[in-house]
Design a protein around this ligand. Structure first.
Ligand SMILES: [Mg+2]
Length: 429
């Protein structure tokens, strides 16, 4: 049914020979389009003709021997399926003509008023419109079947249309969303004002914008989405609409977080692992040398840990490490970096902390560790810890140097009888 085809097959259903002649005549003048016209005089004969030929369009008289008025349109629609129908009305009654459209006709023309190429033009328009309707139907079906949420807004971000995936993602049906400002529906408030400012600047400049956003569902729950917004312009280049395509990436974000945690922490104790600790240590050493802040490093080593393992088994060894780690966490603030460096060796970076404060933390921690009692068949298990401390200085000390300093202070604590805290003294070197 392509209107650009050079031959258009017309089924003319008209019982009056004279009226049929006028219609045929209107189409057989010298037009660029060639019409192939089959003329029948009743709906019953139209049915027969449909078996023989595929028609592009039907011209329909309403007063036929086997049907009258609007009923003719309704019956013809049933017989013709999707073939476009142009009703040939006998009177200039626009109101009646419009009711034929509701009954299933695609357009109408007043008989005998075809002008030079009036009928041809109406046929072409109807065919074009039908083709666009089919095209539109396909596009809507594709958008409705899309896994990504799609929302179309006007220039001021008021929702004009959304697909089922949008309803599934946000909890808002199309009816609920229609006409509302999209930010009113999904804005979580978790993005800075500048984030949206930047986005709008981009969009109003006619550019596509892409980014990750935390949005809010109808039930108030939050989700991560990857959002792609494209401005749509009219023929004069003005933005008339925006199309937003959203992908729910909450699960991906969740998995990323798990992976990050696995990559950064010690699985037994949940403390940071050696790699993260050394990275943070170098960062802090660099920051301290630049800004001259005070950061303390404590090295902690459980005393006689091998003996616990050998006497009570590895399960008890693990339990001791876990309970010790709990105390380390309890003595660390959010800004601090408590870590298990390996075996029974631990360390904490205490940020914005001077020597005196760090010694107090170390002593409190040490005392609390000494109070732990874990019952066991072979007798209660107790533990102590030896701690060495050093300060990151604003000189050109690297993290590695300070780590060695804290380590040697910790060995001094061991050598001095264990269960104590020693501070690094450069005269010991
Ligand atoms: Mg008639």
């Amino acid at each position: 049914m392509n209107p650009s085809l050079s031959v258009i097959r017309v089924l003319l259903i008209e019982d009056e020979a004279g009226d049929a002649y006028f219609a045929k005549n209107a189409l057989t003048k010298k037009h660029i389009i060639n019409f192939e016209i089959i003329w029948v005089q009743s709906l019953a004969l139209a049915k027969d003709a449909l078996i023989e030929t595929c028609f592009d369009i039907v011209l329909l008289d309403l007063s036929l021997p086997d049907s009258q008025g609007l009923e003719t349109v309704k019956m013809a629609r049933q017989i013709l399926g999707d073939i476009p129908i142009i009703v040939l009305t006998g009177c200039c009654d626009t109101e009646f003509a419009l009711t034929t459209l509701k009954a299933g006709a695609n357009d109408y023309m007043v008989k005998g008023d075809f002008g030079f190429d009036g009928l041809t033009r109406v046929i072409r328009h109807v065919l074009l419109r039908s083709e666009m309707e089919v095209h539109n139907l396909l596009l809507v079906a594709a958008l409705n079947a899309a896994a990504n949420a799609i929302v179309i807004t006007d220039r001021d971000a008021h929702v004009k249309w959304s697909n089922p995936a949008f309803s599934q993602l946000t909890g808002y049906s199309l009816e609920e969303a229609m006409g509302k400002n999209i930010s009113e529906l999904v804005k979580s408030g978790l993005q800075e004002h500048s984030f949206y400012e930047n986005m709008w600047q981009h969009l109003l400049a006619g550019k596509q914008w892409r980014g990750e956003v935390i949005n809010k569902r109808k039930d108030g729950s939050l989700y991560h989405e990857e959002l792609n917004i494209a401005p749509v312009k009219n023929h004069s280049g003005e933005i008339i609409s925006f199309i937003g395509i959203k992908e729910d990436i909450s699960e991906r974000k969740y998995l990323e977080e798990i992976l990050l945690t696995l990559a950064n922490t010690d699985p037994l104790t949940g403390l940071f692992n050696r790699r993260v600790f050394l990275e943070r240590l170098e960062q802090e050493a660099e920051r301290v040398s630049r800004l001259g802040e005070s950061v303390a490093l404590l090295m902690l080593d459980l005393d006689f840990f091998k003996r616990i393992n050998d006497t009570y088994g590895h399960a008890m060894g693990d339990e001791v490490l876990k309970q010790f780690s709990q105390i380390m966490k309890a003595h660390s603030r959010n800004i601090d970096v408590p870590a298990r460096l390996g075996g029974e060796e631990f360390a904490i970076l205490l940020l914005s902390t001077n020597k005196e404060a760090a010694l107090m933390v170390a002593e409190r921690l040490r005392e609390q560790v000494a109070e732990i009692v874990i019952p066991h068949d072979k007798g209660d298990v107790r533990m102590t810890v030896s701690i060495g401390g050093a300060l990151l200085s604003s000189g050109d000390n690297t993290g590695e140097i300070v780590l060695n300093q804290a380590d040697s202070a910790m060995y001094k604590a061991k050598e001095s009888g264990r269960n104590r805290t020693c501070w690094f003294d450069s005269s010991d070197e």
